[in-house]
Design a protein around this ligand. Structure first.
Ligand code: SAM
Length: 208
C-alpha cells in the first residue's frame, strides 16, 4: 500500500530488527494458511507482533467469516466477533508497538460492530487485548517485569458466556518437544495445567 511506513528509525532496526511487513506480503502469507485464517476459532500467536500487521489481517478475515456465518443475528454476530478476537495473541518487546497493536485490533473490532469506545463491547474487547497482547520477550518467555508470560485460553460456551483459563507460555511450548517421547501418550490435560481458571463470564462482566 502506498504510504505504508515500514521502518520507524534506523536505530530501532539495528536494535530490535524492527521492520514491519507490508500489507501485500501479509495477505500473500495468510493466503498460504487461508482456511485457518478464516476460521473464527483458530488460534494465532505472533511472538514478535510489532503493531499487529499480521494480527489485524487475521482478525479481518475472521470477522468476514463471522459476517457470513452469523451476520443475520446481531446477538450471535457480536459474540462470535468477540470470540474471534479472543483467539488472537501476540508478544511484543517494545511498549509503543504493543500499545499500537492493541489499539489497531480494537479499532478493527469496534469498527466492525460500529460501537464507540465507551460501549461495553469495546470495553470487553479492551480487556481481551490487554490479556492477549503481552509486552515481553518472546525468547525469554518473560514479561518486561521478568514474570512468566501467561496466555488466556478463551472459550465461547454459547448463550453469551465465555470461559477463561490461563496457562504459562513456556509450558504450552513444551508440547512439540514431547513428540516421540514417553509423554507423547499423555492427554493434553495431564500435561497442561492452568495457572488460573475463571468462572464463566458475560460481555458485561468482561467489560467491568
Ligand atoms: C521484523 S519486526 C516485525 C513486526 C511484525 N511482525 C510485522 O510483520 O509487521 C520484529 C518485531 O519484533 C519485536 N521484537 C524484537 N525482539 C523481540 C523479542 N525478543 N520478543 C518479542 N518481540 C521482539 C520488535 O520490537 C519488532 O516490533
Amino acid at each position: 500500500m502506498a504510504g505504508e511506513k515500514l521502518v520507524k528509525s534506523k536505530q530501532r532496526v539495528a536494535d530490535h530488527g524492527e521492520v514491519f511487513t507490508p500489507r501485500w506480503l501479509v495477505d500473500d502469507m495468510l493466503d498460504l494458511v487461508k482456511q485457518e485464517a478464516e476460521r473464527i476459532d483458530s488460534r494465532f500467536l505472533e511472538p514478535a507482533c510489532g503493531s499487529g500487521n499480521f494480527l489485524v489481517s487475521v482478525l479481518e478475515r475472521k470477522l468476514t467469516a463471522v459476517q457470513v456465518r452469523h451476520g443475520r443475528s446481531e446477538f450471535e454476530k457480536r459474540h462470535y466477533a468477540l470470540f474471534g478476537l479472543m483467539c488472537i495473541y501476540g508478544i511484543e518487546l517494545l511498549e509503543d508497538n504493543a500499545k499500537e497493536c492493541r489499539e489497531n485490533l480494537l479499532g478493527t473490532f469496534s469498527q466492525y460492530l460500529n460501537v464507540s469506545a465507551d460501549d461495553e463491547w469495546s470495553k470487553a474487547a479492551k480487556a481481551v487485548v490487554a490479556a492477549n497482547i503481552v509486552q515481553g520477550d518472546a525468547l525469554k518467555m518473560a514479561t518486561v517485569d521478568g514474570e512468566h508470560i501467561t496466555f488466556a485460553e478463551w472459550g465461547y460456551l454459547g448463550r453469551g458466556r465465555y470461559q477463561r483459563r490461563d496457562f504459562r507460555y513456556d509450558s504450552l511450548t513444551q508440547r512439540a518437544s514431547m513428540q516421540g517421547t514417553l509423554f507423547d501418550a499423555f492427554e493434553e490435560h495431564e500435561i497442561f495445567r492452568p495457572v488460573r481458571t475463571y468462572q464463566a463470564m458475560t460481555v458485561r462482566e468482561l467489560a467491568s
